[in-house]
Design a binder for this molecule. Sequence first.
Ligand SMILES: [Zn+2]
Ligand SMILES: [Zn+2]
Ligand SMILES: [Zn+2]
Ligand SMILES: [Zn+2]
Ligand SMILES: [Zn+2]
Ligand SMILES: [Zn+2]
Ligand SMILES: [Zn+2]
Length: 1754
Amino acid sequence: MASELEPEVPAIDQSLLECSAEETAGKWLQSTDLTREVYQHLAHYVPKIYCRGPNPFPQREDMLAQLVLLGPMEWYICGEDPAFGFPKLEQANKPSHLCGRVFKVGEPTYSCRDCAVDPTCVLCMECFLGSIHRDHRYRMTTSGGGGFCDCGDTEAWKEGPYCEKHKLNTSEIEEEEDPLIHLPEDVITRTYNIFAIMFHYAVEILTWEKESELPADLEMVEKTDTYYCMLFNDEVHTYEQVIYTLQKAVNCTQKEAIGFATTVDRDGRRSVRYGDFPYCEQAKSVIVRNTSRQTKPLKVQVMHSSIVAHQNFGLKLLSWLGSIIGYSDGLRRILCQVGLQEGPDGENSSLVDRLMLNDSKLWKGARSVYHQLFMSSLLMDLKYKKLFAVRFAKNYQQLQRDFMEDDHERAVSVTALSVQFFTAPTLARMLITEENLLTIIIKTFMDHLRHRDAQGRFQFERYTALQAFKFRRVQSLILDLKYVLISKPTEWSDDLRQKFLEGFDAFLELLKCMQGMDPVTRQVGQHIEMEPEWEAAFTLQMKLTHVISMMQDWCALDEKVLIEAYKKCLAVLMHCHGGFTDGEQPVTLSICGHSVETIRYCVSQEKVSIHLPVSRLLAGLHVLLSKSEVAYKFPELLPLSELSPPMLIEHPLRCLVLCAQVHAGMWRRNGFSLVNQIYYYHNVKCRREMFDKDIIMLQTGVSMMDPNHFLMIMLSRFELYQIFSTPDYGKRLSSEITHKDVVQQNNTLIEEMLYLIIMLVGERFSPGVGQVNATDEIKREIIHQLSIKPMAHSELIKSLPEDENKETGMESVIEAVAHFKKPGLTGRGMYELKPECAKEFNLYFYHFSRAEQSKAEEAQRKLKRQNREDTALPPPILPPFCPLFASLVNILQSDVMLYIIRTILHWAVEHNGYAWSESMLQRVLHLIGMALQEEKQHLENVMEEHVVTFTFAQKISKPGEAPNNSPSILAMLETLQNAPYLEVHKDMIRWILKTFNAIKKMRESSSASSVAETEGTITEESSRDKDKAERKRKAEIARLRREKVMAQMSEMQRNFIDENKDLFQQTVAEEASNSAVLDNSPMVSDTTLTALGPAQTQVPKQRQFVTCILCQEEQEVKVESKAMVLAAFVQRSTVLSKNRNKVIQDPEKYDPLFMHPDLSCGTHTGSCGHVMHAHCWQRYFDSVQAKEQRRQQRLRLHTSYDVENGEFLCPLCECLSNTVIPLLLPPRNIFNKLNFSDQPNLTQWIRTISQQTKALQILRKEESIPNIASSKNSENMDELQLPEGFRPDFHPKNPYSDSIKEMLTTFGTATYKVGLKVHPNEEDPRVPIMCWGSCAYTIQSIERILSDEDKPLFGPLPCRLDDCLRSLTRFAAAHWTVALLSVVQGHFCKLFALLVPNDNYGDLPCILDIDMFHLLVGLVLAFPALQCQDFSGISLGTGDLHIFHLVTMAHIIQILLTSCTEENEMDQETPAGEEELAVLALYKTLRQYTGSALKEIPSGWHLWRSVRAGIMPFLKCSALFFHYLNGVPSPPEIQVSGTSHFEHLCNYLSLPNNLICLFQENSEITKLLIESWCQHIEVKRYLEGERDAISYPRESNKLIDLPEDYSSLINQASNFSCPKSGGDKSRTPTLCLVCGTLLCSQSYCCQTELEGEDVGACTAHTYSCGSGVGIFLRVRECQVLFLAGKTKGCFYSPPYLDDYGETDQGLRRGNPLHLCKERFKKIQKLWHQHSITEEIGHAQEANQTLVGIDWQHL
Ligand SMILES: [Zn+2]
Ligand SMILES: [Zn+2]
Ligand SMILES: [Zn+2]
Ligand SMILES: [Zn+2]
Ligand SMILES: [Zn+2]
Ligand SMILES: [Zn+2]
Ligand SMILES: [Zn+2]
């Protein structure tokens, strides 16, 4: 048996390597039967190269294939070494002016909104940047792969079809030049030969279906017995299912299974087992068995290895062909010829046909290879593109049928190529006329929707899952239809007319199947049991919307076509309505002496459908007749006499009545499906071809019939005829209170009916209906949207209908109607309506939803009140109707209308009852207003000698007719004007009366035929009185309003204080505590303030009172009282890191005592500044913990904080916290023993401290070895001369209360735990170090923020920062009291030894590798542990000062050693000063000690400058540190920003202004020290250039530089491939904004293990780059991602905005995006402030769904 371990790589057959391409080619050239020769060659070699084992070795296979198989072909084609032959061909080639670059997945593509013929025309980035379109309005998207650059295609662009690069090639193109003339004759023949053989071979083998037998001419003599078990891709099974099954079936690891699954998904197939037949067959059966339970099984085949080998080579061959034709357009032409040449079997037998027709049988990888070849060959050759298009059209039905059966996405189907032909205008036209493409597509579509009801309409009701799946696929046909129609013909031939109308016929057939589909019947009594299916029908309607519009656009272009189409459409509609008047006897309706016959029909009782596409298409065509004036030019050609207006209006009216009844609540029992349908009927996506057209159809109807008849039919359909034909109906109902529901219903119906009349008269903004153009229409839409509220660009776009090019036309008019307001740091740019446009506002605008209408009404009235105008919202002045619709206005003055108006006004006058509503009245008033406006317009535009027949004003002044004898409408209005219950409508009534008078005047002055004097005229007198009263009333209202506003304001203020309690509390507390300081400041102000040392400014003790946010009790902060704490958040940080590659490998062994100056990992402490009692906090935290445990047991819910890790939210501000800091008084004061005796100078002090540390070391050593004889001990003690006054056995008493001590330990332990990522251990000697470190690091990070923002060091810090730093510093200073004295002393000794050499410590780091500020903080804060045992009289202050001076000196040396000494002589202007000379002297000393390894520098000026600059951050940090430590107020000079405060800082820090004096004053000891520092081996290595060192000042870290234009990022990301799966494009390329690394996020391939868990690339990266915190940009989504730890994350708005001030998360809109520097700075600031985690916390609290996301997998 063969061993289980297969050899890694089988050995290469030596004979292969000896193959000579030249020789083989030579043999072929001699051959008489080339085909046989080549096939034999392939039969022999292909199986020797490919498929030699279980796994492919692509590199080796490629290498051998090139050598043995492809090489000879290249030789053969060229007739010489291809290395020379191909370049020759390339040179002779006249390159194409087409770009044709095929897009990779994720590559950016650009389309020009101004010049692209349709949105499918795109450019690659390179072409775009070199084109004129970069300055146009363009759109940017990322390609889904496939498709290519249209640069150079003159049909694709209205302007600028070439980029600069491709323009070069156009100068010399002669159209239709045969590219073959550039090729030598013999090359043509040979190429033809070899292409024909090879292309044929590839097609044959790829479409080969037998599993173990090869084509006869490829069979081998010795056949091996090896098979593959080949697994194919499908779209049914998930990744997880496949992985699981494979592990079972072929016994592989999960990792291998993931590998298989990934390849199957990408390439479409992958062998999962290799071996003999039964072995493979067994795996196959397991897979099939395992995956066949619910669905059809995964496709698996056992294939002979030689077949797989040939297929693999076949693919290689196709790519090879693709690359060979790149050398010359002539070669490409030959390949096209070969491909399209008809084969021996006649029709459909060309190679191209064979591939297409086998498309659905091929696996994904094979398809994409040959599609790409087609794109680079057939589609790039204009002549053959045409021929190919014809083949495609001829096969269209079959291809679509295959696609329906296939389960792959459309993107990998050959049918997706349709976009390449159908959108090319001439090709599309040719296909329509020659191949009848329109009809074919529509018929194919109909073929796939077979399910019909009894009337032949589509039936989606009982769709099975499979049918639904097919229905989804079949929709792609609509897309094809859209492509064909997208470019409209400029010229019509008779052929085109005929074929288009044929297509139009087919289209009408399609619409006929939709007319009346999904009918509904009102459900009474019981609620429907099951929601009926409605979505499919609406999907169809929605997808067809653009096609319907485009069909009309085409008709509009040619009068003959329009007339024919109109006739056809009318015929179909009549056919649909055949039998419309059948059945029952008609009923007769009569009102006001008019009567009409109509059918009996009740919407509420019979079937009604929302789908009426045929009626609506006719309405659209009718408008076109008017718009194009065909109706007036050729009336005799039109079947206008056949039109029956009642029939035209019937169905649209039913549909509108249905909406009204649904609104009136009559269809409640029909469930949500109906509500949804009505919603979509009005929705912006559908309304253009649904609701809008129904209104037009009614307008058409009214304009052709007696308006009185129309109104009666309408009353009848609204089921209101009874109400209006019965006198006193309203009165009667008011007494029957039991029918409240019915009354309510009828009221709503009346309102709806009035609304409909308003719309019929008022909606004249469709070109053709009214005398307007498209711009007017869009302007009006925008005005009404902005009347609701100011809107962002994207919001506005969404509310407007898009045309087939996804354009709304908004940009062209927006400037005219709106102002743009730019966005701030957050939010979006907004458009605001220009005030002058408000007069065009129509309250009853037909596209308003109810909610929008009431919002708009409120907004507009408010605006009017603000402008101190009356609040009437009268109807706007409207444009005139087109002649075809002109008679429509008469509906307003028709008898029935006046009767309706009078009736409703009458009800309102007799207002006691339920029979009327205010909105009813409001609508009636609006209608009256419209009529008056209309009359006024007529009068103003009247021509001489014409009589205005519109006499509404006259009619309303007449009293009602008998028998009622009611008063005139005008009289009733006057009555209502004074009705107290109609306050809101008074302004409107007043406006009506005013307009009425104006009209009366116009009539009187213009003509003799004056309006009859009526009884109801208003006298000017009374109206003037009224005006006066009115003004008074208004003044009163204004006063009341003002008072109300004032009250609101103060309320708001109170709320504000409540909401920002913390802020106010802090300010108050702060004022209190600061006032103490400030009060004292006059006392100290005349002397300079000194922060440390014996000369420290003495600050009187301040008492500090704080209030607990939990129990609200106030308490004084005292040493002995209960602890008060601040909520705090400790985190690791790399924000200041200068070395992101450094990670703490083993935290348990890591020694943090010396911080490296690269600050690679620090511990940051932040706080929201909220104060609590320690015990209150503990109780709070316990309850949070308990609650969380209960919750976790119940449901596995996550929270935004991790309780198990000690996290909680601040009870007041919900800020994420993980520990608390105790509040303390300045701790130094407690230990500072005042001593006025002489204090030692630096030299003496160093000596004393050295002695003390040495003594301690000896003591410790002895303690650690207790079993050694005590004699020796005493001996040592003798030897050890304890320095005078030093009492190492003394242990000071801890002054703090137990509660404070406990909190000191709590915070210390938390810092240790988080900072080192270890388990808490309060006794670990590293605890105090971590506390000091966190204090130092936090101060450093704040100093950086202040410097970067050019803020003064002691300017007004935010309270929370101030509180945090104060508490943190004092805490760190007090922490030693809870640590072991010996431990702290030990740390001090070691830190001290770094500066003052001590034999007891070997290998300490050299001074180049120390962060001096960390060292300073450590030394100063550890010093009390030593000093407390010293009774010789050295004060703490003296120690501080000497430590500070010592560290400062070390820092100066550090700076001098590392300063970049670039000489710049010309800088030196002034003669050398004192400092310069001193520093030069020091530098010389330094050179002396370093053996002159330092460069010689003659100028002290430069040195001094680097010292000053280098030391500034250190001085600033030190000033902050000592300020918070000792509580000395800062000098006022440093509180304001300004130039360097060097001198002030020096004074405050007790330093000489000439820092070098420090060295001079103590020259004796300093020389020794410098010498010892320079002796360190590392310093020597550095000076010899063997290593690097950090130089000063350290620059602040910044987030990476982002490009201004977002597309360059997309481009960068599209070139990025996953680092783990060889060359694959990453699906979610994600950019780390901290270090600029691109990652392959959210994907199996790049998951790694981190602390035992699988995490995605981003999470893994945060651990090395940001110690757990990460800031990323997801490039494809244009989304910022914040991550913290494994469980926390959120998305954040990206720093890229479009021209409208909006972000585009998800890149859906595709507007060009540009970097917004301010927003990017804001992100950077969050990072610098260590607020990323906090930001995530807030985001997660605000949006709980964020908590559920598996952030660790990103
Ligand atoms: Zn291009
Ligand atoms: Zn180009
Ligand atoms: Zn353009
Ligand atoms: Zn409390
Ligand atoms: Zn808080
Ligand atoms: Zn990074
Ligand atoms: Zn990857």
